[in-house]
Design a protein around this ligand. Structure first.
Ligand code: GDP
Ligand code: MG
Length: 172
């Protein structure tokens, strides 16, 4: 049996400081940086995901907060196979913003698969849960996406999120 090979462009979006860059750092380089460094322009990270039944090269585009350059935004969304939507489990406004992010993705990239990620799960213990898990799950399902809670800091669920999402893209 021959394994299938894929090449996917993914984009990662969400409000400032939800942990987009940290999730990629954890997933691609398996490390975590405490200090907050604003992402300027667009970063790319690439990872080869090898499973028993497929091999996929993921090229993940990470954009900073500045939306001044329309050209950059168009390039960012162009040809994306999937979108990673991230919010911070401890900040309600970042969850509320998800609907607008999904609309923007669909406007510029069309009806592509998405994964909704509630990040900073490690903080729930101390800060408390702000966004109901079932609520976020139902939203994702209603919009044909999947939902997962992660911590870029501890690494919890980060790999599983990208593996599950890649499988979703392959079968859609
Ligand atoms: P971005 O603006 O969405 O790219 O967010 P960053 O990746 O730059 O992260 C913003 C801040 O949140 C940084 O100080 C990170 O160290 C921190 N951070 C990111 N992910 C986590 C997480 O899972 N847990 C905790 N406790 N902090 C996180
Ligand atoms: Mg960033």
């Amino acid at each position: 049996m021959s394994t299938k090979n894929y090449l996917f462009k993914l984009i990662i979006v969400g409000s400032a400081a939800v942990g987009k860059t940290s999730l990629l750092e954890r997933y691609v380089n398996n490390r975590f940086l405490e200090d907050y460094k604003l992402t300027i322009g667009v970063n790319f990270m690439s990872k080869i995901l090898e499973e028993s039944d497929f091999k996929a090269r993921l090229v993940i585009w990470d954009i900073g907060g500045q939306k001044r350059f329309e050209v950059m935004r168009t390039e960012f969304y162009k040809g994306a196979s999937g979108a990673v939507l991230v919010f911070d489990l401890t900040r309600m406004e970042t969850y509320t913003a998800i609907e607008a992010w999904l609309n923007e993705v669909r406007q510029f990239a069309g009806e592509i698969p998405f994964i909704l990620i509630g990040n900073k799960a490690d903080l729930i213990e101390t800060i408390g849960r702000v966004i109901d898990k079932q609520y976020a799950e139902e939203f994702a399902q209603r919009e044909n996406g999947i939902y997962i809670e992660t911590s870029a800091k501890t690494g919890t669920n980060v790999e599983d999120a990208f593996t599950a999402f890649t499988r979703l893209i392959i079968k859609s």
